[in-house]
Design a protein around this ligand. Sequence first.
Ligand SMILES: *Cc1c(COP(=O)(O)O)cnc(C)c1O
Length: 402
Amino acid sequence: MWDLAAQLVERERAGLYRRLRPLAPRGTVALSADGRRLNVFCSNDYLGLAQDPRVVTAFQRAAADGVGSGGAHLITGHRGEHEALEAELADFLGRDRALLFSTGYMANVGVIHALLGKTDVVYEDSLNHASLLDGARICGARRVRYAHADTADLRARLQPPAEGRQLIVTDGLFSMDGDVAPLPALARIAADSGAWLMVDDAHGIGVLGATGAGSLEAAGLGQDDVPVLVGTLGKAFGTFGAFVAGSETLIEYLIQKARTFVYTTASPPALAAASRASLELVRGEPWRREHLRRLIARFRRGVEQLGLPLMDSATPIQPLLVGEAQATLDISRALEQDGFLVTAIRPPTVPRGTARLRITLSAGHSERQVDDLLEALARLAPRWPAREDTVAAPAAATADLP
Ligand SMILES: *Cc1c(COP(=O)(O)O)cnc(C)c1O
């Protein structure tokens, strides 16, 4: 029964074992524990802000006033820095109001649980982030998964409850595939069926849209089309934390009802100060998004020439499918020998048979770094499994997702 060790052995044998490793990053280059310099191509620091001196200084200055918030937001933990960040995020996103959560995981679980109960139905894209799936599980609503980005499948699966709410939930920019959800079509389905649409734009905010406001800005959708928007600060913002943005009523409701907001310590105010500095750079330095777009185009051109299996992504997430977990691990290790850190992404994070190198680009990368990565990939291209074995149709393979 308590055969944990045996399970670990089994996991190792299947090429699915995961290991922690300490890194010392300097921008997009990191020193590994054994002192080797690695070009990092798998971080979510898409705009290169995590080590920006202005963000670091804001954090340090505010931390001089103390680190811990000392309590939950509703007791003693809520500070001026939190309040100001919430107002600035709402303004940036064109929404009434925003509410901070400690992490994106907690925001997603808390919001879905607060909004839905036993008599309700939640529809989820089959490639949604684990936290969105867990929120649906915990809230007790009927759960319906639809094929990835397949709005016809969603329409066919609609089953309005006799009385109760319907919530359609999707990632904005999918974290492991790099594609964007069919947001206008989803908004139409929501409007037609009296459902609400919730978008988790953890990877889109800061990166997509004319001003970096994310996948909803790029799709031209507002608060009326998408009442619930979740964003995280640990990715393009380069800091930590998350928020929900929506109507005044939604936010007041969440303050009463979201258990992952109410029953947890407010994050350190210095983090909010750092995120405010970061938001200023997200808004004020559009060259970061422009540089990133150029790097994406450069990388895709190069990979196309190599004949490697690019996915259909116009975003900083540029996964290269390999297929089997062990083969993916082997290529990842070979890349590391060449000085590039690209973690192998394996099941259950992605469906079985679709293990991949999740390459991510950042505004912190130089063109030279991208060219060097392409050269390393060229050396490794012969080791890629034949094309027919690699690309399992992702939508068909999602049955074994957690
Ligand atoms: C990273 C991520 C989260 C979780 O956010 P954290 O702040 O890291 O907990 C939620 N949803 C998506 C799509 C993510 O990529």
